[in-house]
Design a binder for this molecule. Structure first.
Ligand code: LLP
Length: 424
């Protein structure tokens, strides 16, 4: 459920008409709804009631300071995967004891920053990383709290580019070796081995792979304990899928049934559970609003050429992702829909948001809203074709504010430097 609805024939984010924002901010822009963010976080957190659970929002989904701060105020922790995200989470007000650091390639500098900040735990993905953390912690005179990220070899059944829990994927420590490595971690100086972590993929629409992975993690916990090893935390990762409005799509599981799987598999192990939802919290909380520049009648089809491109939202071309696209002015009832391709201005055929989409007739100048763009939208944007990063706006009731300024072309060019031999 979200708070983007038509009122008097105009699409609103909560109490604010998107046309009003477009007039003031220009297009394209991302818009986030505070009420939707709040609702999603609370629904997820409430579903886990009765369990000792910490929700660490996966900052990678949307790392805008206003988004993180909104969630921090609701009690969220953060899952970060880079020094940059760590800095963002801390700056937005997430307390270090609620931050976990995941990722396969943590650098010396990142590990040092995490240890100095005193975060809750580093999720370790390999033995060389474990040794590096041990050395850095000793140098700093600190104890590094770590969890071992285990690769449970479970197929999440999601898009190949975002599946992470099969043994051929680069993530985690092979689960058959986890016992041995955990033992090693427990004995290493500067290390406190406190838990296990798993994350099998993103946009899962089936709960069964979660169940298999959680059972596997639970079995491992029992084995470690039988060996006298202490274990306090179990990080279950993120991955819960959401509806994108694709007609053929399987229904996304709701947080209640997801939480039930958690409860049944690992709810009674006396562990602190850590959850890392990203998409589930921010996905439906954001739209990308774009203006139609041209309606072009091609040889075989009609193209709506809009002012947003694949540099602003790369999901359709990178993952063949479906995003529902709707007009900002509600079409009159009874209008016959037409078949269109919705494309951006970039010089690549892949710069396509939708193919053969049925839409009420659109004119040049009309605004369109790309739905479910709050997760992995703005954060994956680039300046390809020297197209400035677009503005981000947050709505709260009847108010809105720019939460990231549109970048200017001059600012992009100003980052380049001419070497001596080319300077005037
Ligand atoms: N934890 C870890 C360790 C992760 O790698 C991820 C996502 C998450 C949590 C959050 O997963 P979520 O709840 O959002 O599914 N750019 C892709 C998705 C990449 C996901 C990467 N890892 C997309 O747009 O579909």
């Amino acid at each position: 459920m979200d708070f983007f609805n038509y009122k008097n024939g105009r699409l609103h984010a909560e109490g604010v008409a998107l046309e009003t924002i477009a007039d003031e901010v220009g297009t394209p822009f991302y818009v986030y709804s505070t009420a939707t963010l709040t609702r999603h976080f609370n629904v997820f957190a409430d579903a886990l009631r009765g369990m000792n659970a910490l929700v660490c929002y996966a900052v990678k989904a949307n790392s805008n300071q206003a988004v993180i701060r909104t969630l921090a105020a609701l009690g969220a922790g953060a899952d970060v995967v880079s020094g940059g995200e760590l800095a963002r989470a801390l700056k937005a007000g997430i307390k270090p004891h609620k931050i976990v650091f995941s990722g396969v390639g943590k650098t010396e500098a990142e590990i040092t920053a995490a240890l100095n900040a005193g975060i809750k735990q580093l999720n370790v993905e390999s033995e060389p990383e474990l040794e590096r953390i041990s050395a850095i912690a000793q140098r700093l005179g600190l104890i590094a709290a770590v969890a071992l990220r285990v690769n449970p070899d479970v197929d999440a059944g999601t898009h190949e580019k975002i599946t992470t829990g099969r043994k051929e994927n680069k993530f985690g420590i092979e689960w058959t070796r986890a016992h041995e490595v955990y033992k090693k971690a427990a004995a290493l100086p500067g290390i406190k081995a406190q838990g296990l972590a798993i994350h099998i993929g993103s946009q899962l629409l089936d709960l069964q792979p979660f169940r298999e992975a959680f059972v596997r993690a639970g079995d491992l916990v029992a084995m470690l304990r039988a060996d006298g090893l202490s274990i306090e935390t179990l990080d279950l990762g993120g991955g819960l899928g959401i509806p994108y409005g694709d007609e053929g799509e399987t229904d996304a599981p709701n947080p209640e049934s997801y939480a039930q799987v958690v409860r049944e598999t690992v709810g009674n192990l006396g562990l602190e559970l850590i959850l890392e939802p990203g998409r589930m919290i921010t996905g439906n909380s954001g739209l990308l609003v774009t203006r139609t520049e041209y309606v072009k009648e091609g040889a075989t089809k009609t193209f709506l050429i809009v002012d947003a491109g694949m540099n602003d939202l790369i999901r359709p071309t990178l993952y063949n992702a479906f995003h529902n696209i709707i007009p900002v002015i509600e079409p009159e009832k009874g209008q016959e829909p037409v078949n269109v391709d919705i494309v951006g201005p970039i010089c690549e055929t892949g710069d396509t948001f939708a193919k053969n989409r049925k839409l009420a007739p659109v004119q040049a100048g009309d605004l369109l809203a790309v739905r479910t763009a709050g997760a992995y939208g703005a954060v994956q944007a680039s300046t390809y074709n020297t197209r400035p990063l677009v503005a981000e706006v947050m709505v709260n009731g009847d108010h809105f504010a720019i939460v990231r300024e549109r970048v200017e072309v001059e600012d992009i060019i100003a980052l380049d430097r001419l070497p001596d031999w080319l300077a005037d």
